[in-house]
Write a protein that binds this ligand. Structure first.
Ligand SMILES: *Cc1c(COP(=O)(O)O)cnc(C)c1O
Length: 386
């Protein structure tokens, strides 16, 4: 049956694609080896440096974020190398499994999935590794399964305080362009991102930002690789070209997205996301439900993961909001499946979209018989009036 009005896609990625980006992609495919392509190539490659806040190279792959995860690992780590992976949630855990499947030894630093990375725990473990067997510290900037944003600058400080040479590798697939991220200033060595979250694009592009140190390591080390190899990408990139057919129309969209982010101003984009995170948490608090993240320093501006009381199934609740209000909410992943639902408030998103989203959640809680206090939407509105 036809559903009138817009579907509310309130999962934490893919996010809404603004009409302006859809229109920017609605052009004939161009010859990616022809003279016109270089301008577009250079525009998106240098534009992404401004989004990552780096003067170093950024590689753009036609792949999901998972591809860029693999690319990050195979360029700097060889089979048998050890990486410390901080397991802040489902996505950190998946990255660890990917490393293992490549023959990289993933040493998992476990957490209870209710906070971001604890920099002190990282420092302590690195101090114990006096032989420097750990080649990389891998962390997720914004853990999309739990709604915890890690303090990456502090993780860098922890590595330096331990006097450890490990590379700092960061998944900012759902962080970039929603939460502040500063590749150079924070001393990140490899960053991984994707197109379908803060960048407001459809799925299909992924990114690696690369430090000088990581480039040097890649020259000497890494797994056997071809498609993901940075060197073979960076050479043609110098003149704005790619070694194989790039996702041309997604690149038109990416150029538009970069322009839109700078028109609003990155700092304003981050402040908007923070504000929506605060308003969403006000609603949750008023409902007398719990957010999954328990460390206020790590509350995510990108999404809010909400725990349901024992005996209540988050997936049944989500089915209700989909059926009644045509709104998709994020599900709980692996360890917390059925226990939490996730409200995405990222990308091209404004106050009234948040109010409507929270309205759907509050009505859904009633319809699904989840015990809660009413007034969450009103509390969020109070926050949004400021
Ligand atoms: C979405 C996401 C991924 C996975 O990206 P895909 O494009 O689905 O491969 C990985 N890490 C984080 C933090 C994410 O939010």
């Amino acid at each position: 049956m036809r559903k009138a009005g817009r579907h509310f896609l309130q999962i934490p990625g893919p996010s809404h694609v603004p009409d302006r980006i859809l229109r920017a992609m609605d052009f004939p495919v161009m010859d990616h080896r022809g003279p016109d392509f270089a301008g577009l190539g250079q525009r998106v490659l240098s534009g992404m440096q401004t989004i990552f806040k780096t003067t170093g190279p950024v590689v753009i792959y036609p792949s999901s974020g998972t591809g860029a995860w693999e690319a990050a690992l195979v360029n700097v780590l060889a089979p048998g190398d050890k990486a410390m992976m901080v397991e802040t949630g489902h996505f950190a855990s998946l990255w660890g499994h990917l490393a293992e499947s490549l023959g990289i030894e993933a040493e998992i630093l476990e957490t209870d999935w209710r906070a971001g990375v604890d920099p002190d725990a990282v420092e302590q473990r690195l101090r114990e590794d006096s032989a420097h067997l750990i080649k990389a510290v891998c962390v997720v900037h914004n853990e999309t399964s739990t709604g915890a944003t890690s303090r990456i600058a502090e993780v860098r400080k922890a590595i330096d305080a331990a006097g450890h040479p490990a590379l700092l590798m960061v998944d900012t697939i759902s962080g970039l362009a929603s939460a502040d991220f500063q590749f150079d200033a924070w001393g990140v060595d490899v960053a991984v991102s994707g197109s379908q979250k803060g960048l407001m694009l459809p799925p299909g592009l992924s990114f690696n930002a690369i430090s000088e140190k990581a480039l040097a390591v890649a020259k000497e080390s890494g797994c056997k690789r071809s498609y993901w190899d940075w060197e073979s990408m960076l050479k043609p990139n110098e003149t704005g070209y790619f070694p194989y057919t790039p996702a041309t129309n997604l690149l038109y969209g990416l150029a538009e997205a970069i322009d839109m982010l700078h028109e609003e101003g990155l700092e304003n984009v981050f402040a908007r996301h923070q504000r929506h995170g605060e308003a969403a948490r006000k609603a949750v608090e008023t409902w007398e439900l719990e957010v999954q993240c328990q460390q206020p320093l790590d509350f995510s501006p990108v999404l809010t993961a909400v725990r349901l009381p024992d005996g209540h199934d988050a997936d049944a609740f989500r089915a209700t909001t989909l059926k009644q209000f045509d709104m998709s909410l994020g599900n709980g992943l692996s360890k917390i499946a059925g226990r939490v639902f996730r409200i995405g408030h990222l990308g091209d998103f404004n106050d009234l979209m948040l109010v409507a989203t929270l309205g759907g959640v509050e009505m859904g809680l009633s319809l699904a018989g989840v015990p809660h206090q009413s007034g969450g939407v009103a509390a969020a509105m109070e926050r949004l009036k400021k």
